[in-house]
Write a protein that binds this ligand. Sequence first.
Ligand code: URA
Ligand code: CA
Length: 439
Amino acid sequence: MPLQVYDIIKKKREGETLSRREINYLIQRYSTGDLPDYQMAAWAMAVYFRGLNEKETVWLTGAMADSGQRMDLSSLPGIVVDKHSTGGVGDTTTLVLLPLVAAAGIPAAKMSGRGLGHTGGTVDKLEAIPGFKVEMSRSDFLTQVKKIGVAVVAQTPELAPVDKKLYALRDVTATVESLPLIASSIMSKKIAGGASGLVLDVKVGRGAFMKDKKQAEKLARLMVKIGEESGLKTRAVLSAMNQPLGFAVGNSLEVIEAFQTLKGQGPADLEKLCLTLGSCMLQLAGKEGTYKQHYSHLQDVLHSGQALEKMRQLIEEQKGDPRVIDNYNMFPEARYSREVKSRHCGYAADLDALKIGNLARKLGAGRSEKGEQIDPAAGIVLQRKRGDRLQKGELLARLYTSDPELLEESADFCREAFRIKKEKPQAEKLVYKMINSSE
Ligand code: URA
Ligand code: CA
């Protein structure tokens, strides 16, 4: 019997389970433009309320992954392991992690995105490096990975193209916040990306997409399950995103922070997260040894300067000027800066990542709409973080922008992101949990 979209929508509305054929039919028709947005939106809303079981979610992911080309990375030596973050504030891990694992002998072939909303994107950060090119042909990309073990390109729109269309629809129909839809959206792009392993950094907290630990864990387990069922070995790390990672938020500022980390002088939280994610990547790549051994090996690779050297090669290979590593003055400079000082004494009981992320965006580091220009020099360098003792008049942060009119109001906004209390707050974990299988 020929399938009817109406029946598929109704079936899901009634909470029944869809067949693989029905899901494929829906996604294929939507992908070719034969299915109107209103029917897809009705289906997405039915899924929002009724959910999808694991099988349906795996099928949906596969159908979306097959809506475009899949990358073929089979010509690369070794096992290619990808990394994905659900998005954070001041999260510079990719810039450290890629040269780090590459220096440890694991090929790093990465497709990255731009920032949107209050979170940053790796592509924007790399473009802050003078001359750095994030566009290259597929064959140049593979050639570079073979040559130096690492390459980063802007994610092509050909990967799981139907996801883009569906996401835009969900965005305007209040159907983004559905775990199976989020999980299939993320995983379809990763599966189409062609890696054999995937480490997910699922951020939890105020500055993250997932605000709640339980929900984040559910999402992580679901994505690990989809990976397992789809031939992509997947691990997830649940990490804290209540306050920004490291001190720098903004594109060139974060690149500098990544360089500092590669020099062994980075913020402790950023270094720890990079070593954690990197160790998982080494495990998935089949490198012999225990997690602990990988961790200490990567510590050596980082602190011996090998990862920094790999970063130098990466910049050179992608037409950037590697002298920036030793001369931060080569980065574009913000026209205006302002110090933000504390008006109270006590402890920084909290530092709101969402507020800081939004402030950095306002200062010019991010976009409010797709395609907007960003200012690579804009952003915030925090001087204090959660748990730090503060004196009245002490420096909390420095703001950088090219719009002087923003400075006054931004300073107030920045102060508001710090909640100052008499008592020292309890330490917060950086890594909540590691999920190695869907069990
Ligand atoms: N990120 C994605 O790529 N898709 C979603 O649905 C949510 C976050
Ligand atoms: Ca940072």
